[in-house]
Design a protein around this ligand. Structure first.
Ligand code: CA
Length: 294
């Protein structure tokens, strides 16, 4: 198996960097630090990183066409306008939100936000759900009893949703019906080898191959979702690899987020770049991220 490396593009001590999102129009990378309760905008050209303190845990963000962001937070889905820094909670699907928080999220091919939750306490093992939100913020519940709702990716033909519940240690596929906005026929397509740790966020390339970040696995790996084969690996100098997204001029730069969460002081000393943002230049690209459709 081919193994390559990644370059640190932004040295950061983020506790839990996640949800990289490439802004195609403005050539910038948005990302969140969930436990830092902040979101960030990194400009790879100038290397400037602007931080916005939100004050709530933000599990994921997506851009809206109007330049605002939708944030999946621990108190619900919120709008954030980076120009005014105005923050407004729009809806909250879960009346047990004091026991859960939003984690990973992404827009489906038609511009709805999909975001899943996870239990805040380690005892609430399957208190998470997977929801979607359309342009009128109508809420659909797609899954219940989720452990830690994580990576999502749709195949190019939009007929398959790939999904990670980290606690199941599998990557699953669903048939996706974009007309009825329904998922069914869940099946595992990849079972994670022990040394890869736990599957976390993911991206899909233009050949429908998945790039999966492995928490505790020191890598991102490319998987063929149709035969479950491990194709290649990007190794990282940090253990907690959280998510990845295609960006850059031609969408061939894979931006990778990492974390310090779960590391003790000695481990942090051995991984001084934990919490930083990395990039790997790939021979294959991804598609532009789907914006939320208002
Ligand atoms: Ca995640």
């Amino acid at each position: 198996m081919n193994t390559t490396g990644a370059t640190c593009v932004l040295r950061s001590e983020a506790t839990l960097a996640e949800s990289p999102f490439w802004d195609v129009e403005n050539h910038a990378l948005w990302w969140v630090d969930i436990e830092g309760r902040t979101i960030h905008r990194f400009d790879p050209q100038t290397r400037a990183n602007k931080s916005y303190y939100i004050g709530e845990r933000v599990g994921a963000l997506v851009l809206r066409k109007n330049g605002s962001l939708l944030l999946a937070t621990e108190i619900g889905v919120a709008n954030f306008d980076p120009r005014t820094e105005a923050f407004e909670v729009l809806c909250n699907p879960d009346d047990r939100m004091d026991q859960t928080r939003f984690n990973d999220g992404k827009c489906d091919p038609d511009g709805r936000l999909w975001a899943g939750t996870m239990g805040l306490a380690s005892t609430s093992q399957s208190s998470g759900s997977l929801y979607s939100f359309d342009s009128r913020f109508q809420i659909r519940t797609h899954l219940k009893q989720v452990g830690v709702s994580n990576g999502m990716a749709w195949s190019r033909d939009a007929k398959t949703l790939f999904y990670v519940d980290s606690l199941s240690r599998t990557v699953d596929a669903f048939d996706y019906d974009r007309t009825s906005v329904a998922i069914e026929n869940r099946r595992p397509i990849f079972t994670v080898p022990e040394e890869f740790g736990i599957p976390d966020g993911m991206a899909i390339d233009s050949n429908d191959k998945l790039w999966i970040a492995f928490w505790g696995g020191w890598c991102v790996a490319q998987i063929d979702p149709f035969d479950g084969k491990l194709l290649q690996k990007i190794s990282l100098p940090v253990a907690q690899v959280t998510s990845c997204a295609f960006g850059g001029k031609d969408l061939t730069a894979l931006y990778i987020t990492t974390a310090r969460y779960g590391l003790d002081d000695t481990e942090v000393q051995g991984q001084p770049e934990a919490g930083s943002i990395f990039v790997a230049q790939l021979p294959v690209g991804g598609l532009a991220p789907v914006l939320f459709r208002d």
